[in-house]
Design a protein around this ligand. Sequence first.
Ligand code: AMP
Ligand code: MG
Length: 403
Amino acid sequence: MLSFTHARQLVITKAQSHATPRPTIALPISAILGLVLAEQVHADRDYPPFDRSTRDGYAVRASEASPGSSLRCVGEIKAGDTVTQPLAPGACIQIMTGAAVPPDADAVVMIEFTNRTGETVTVDRPAQPGQNIVPRGSEAHAGDLALSPGLRLGFAELAVAAQVGASTVRCYKKPRVAVLSTGDEVVPITETPGPFHIRNSNTISLAAQIQLAGGEPVPLINALDRVDDLSAKIELGLREDILVLSGGVSMGKYDLVESVLKGMGAEFFFDAVAIRPGKPTVFGRCRNTLVFGLPGNPVSTMVTFQLFVIPAIDILSGAEARPLPFLETTLAEPLNEKPALTHFLPARLEWSGSFPKVSALRWQGSGDIAALTRANCFLVVPADRPTIPAGDKVSVLPRFDVL
Ligand code: AMP
Ligand code: MG
């Protein structure tokens, strides 16, 4: 059986070979947070556009500003002031943070290291040429590439686009991800479930995970565990870039997802992964759609989404697959799990002392969503290290929406 790292690598490889040129759209900067850039964005001028003071103080000629020498203050420069006049020999000028340093001044002495009496300024320590000045063009020159295609647009990237005046930006369209829950026991959340029915929480949590990962969720109506209903609903899902199914992938008599997909021409790249929860996870392609069959138990659905579906969404979004952001930390209480599978246990990372510690949470197995609301990470128990004493180093995978 595949390890989760191998399975994930397969998703990445198949998604990359699947990703034909993606459609793009030009959007106002207010609408691009979290999307992936599809064009080059260039600096429209030098940055900074002038020699900029990084401190409040006095602009001086460094060679004249030795301790004990006095300089004549000839005025002040505020941020935004037009500055063209060179600094005269023997003079200094009061300058504010963000203001332009005048020609022939080559240092700014912080106000804390000066004394002023009337118009006479003395400095306490020698000035170094260039100190407290960011030279024009040192961050970027006009025409330089400021943002590259494939970059995911977060707040810093938005700030750069704003800085260079890119008020409209061409981005990749989000991949559309169909969500299809399956199961005769599953009822819509707007209906009152019968005594042996359950509400469809997976469609809600999957749509949320898809949105957070940068995809466009397309929820479908739950499919019954019947070949005709399942094939009709899968048919709808195959209109989208990715189809994520929940349930119907285990060994039960009514777990029909894989056989129905096969009948519709799917090829499978894996249909089991050596993990718990999530062992029966299926990944393949049907026509032009990448298809994931995730086990229906809600925690299994959530874990396998984070492990396997996110990289496919990343790649079809025009970005690279983000790595799994494992953290190493210390185990608070001993663990003893079954060997041969890598476990992802709902767990809580706490920063009570100076070092973080992680504890697995008590839970009732992969149906226990309430346990997951108390978890901020999954504790990874490797297949070959099922018993771990307290105090040992362990890996955790942060929940991608809360840490
Ligand atoms: P399955 O993978 O189809 O065997 O489903 C396993 C269990 O997951 C079911 O018995 C349900 O308790 C639960 N389940 C399946 N589908 C959903 C869903 N859409 N929402 C919440 N729980 C579900
Ligand atoms: Mg089922």
